[in-house]
Write a protein that binds this ligand. Structure first.
Ligand SMILES: N[C@@H](CCC(=O)N[C@@H](CS)C(=O)NCC(=O)O)C(=O)O
Length: 242
């Protein structure tokens, strides 16, 4: 795993050399399927926002399968992509599992305070259910045409429920961010969801997803604030649907 081995190409981040407190003084390699955001999206957004130097390492299905079959190449804990590898002060660290990596870097950068139970009760369900959103989205996108309609329906049904969960949190804490008045890892999840899926003109389900927002006015207002809160999203090039 990592840019030096299985990946086809790597892209240095635009975040280099402006890191905030907690940044690792090495480049973080994040491996994911080439050109896609998927579960890597919130991690990339957090690195961009915080100024952590990182590099995207693009895997193909073949290179990833080859890495998994090579002992010691991927994170020992197993799991799929995204995976992270960094070498700091001579020590190589490999990480996997989306939610664990979000929490790890969230603690390091100050976007996840596990002692603040009033906050984590809103953060955790958003972070932990994002993979469910992405799994259903993948099922709607990457299935034979005959299964597409059912896949889209299952995805949109889940999306409606997910938006309502987020709406109930925003109504409860009344803050401007996902879990109150502090920016947390849940905001990187929601902002990535908005920019990469909901408002992505290359996503064929974007309009139907937007239609699901009519019943969730506070979440709608949150969506409208994403560009302002995460300027990087306004400067990056267009991205594909997934
Ligand atoms: N529990 C893992 C699952 C990751 C996962 O399933 N990733 C997919 C892509 S989004 C993948 O790599 N699938 C191919 C594989 O597992 O080899 C996580 O949340 O990070």
């Amino acid at each position: 795993m990592g840019c030096s081995s299985s990946s086809e190409a790597s892209h240095p981040s635009s975040a280099a050399a402006k890191g905030k407190p907690g940044c690792l003084n090495c480049c973080v390699d994040i491996s994911y399927f080439g050109g896609m955001q998927g579960r890597a999206g919130p991690l990339i957004l957090m690195f961009e926002h915080h100024g952590q130097q990182y590099r995207r390492c693009d895997e193909t299905r073949e290179s990833w399968n080859a890495s998994k079959a090579t002992p010691g190449k991927v994170c020992d804990v197993g799991g799929g992509l995204p995976q992270i590898c960094c070498n700091c002060d001579g020590k190589t660290v490999k990480m996997c599992q989306f939610a664990s990596m979000m929490r790890h870097f969230g603690c390091r950068f100050g976007y996840y305070n596990r002692r603040n139970l009033n906050e984590v009760r809103f953060v955790d369900p958003i972070v932990d259910t994002f993979p469910d959103v992405m799994n259903l989205f993948a099922k709607a996108c990457f299935v034979p045409d005959s299964e597409k309609a059912a896949g889209c329906e299952a995805f949109l049904t889940f999306v409606k429920r997910w938006h309502k969960m987020i709406e109930s949190y925003l109504c409860c804490h009344k803050g401007k961010f996902a879990a109150g008045n502090n920016l947390t890892i849940a905001d990187f999840v929601l902002a990535a969801y908005c920019a990469n899926l909901l408002c992505n003109p290359n996503n064929p389900m974007s309009q139907q997803m937007k239609a699901c927002c009519s019943e969730t006015p506070k979440f709608h207002a949150y969506i409208m604030s994403v560009g302002e809160n995460f300027p990087y999203l306004k400067t990056r090039p267009p991205i594909p649907a997934f």
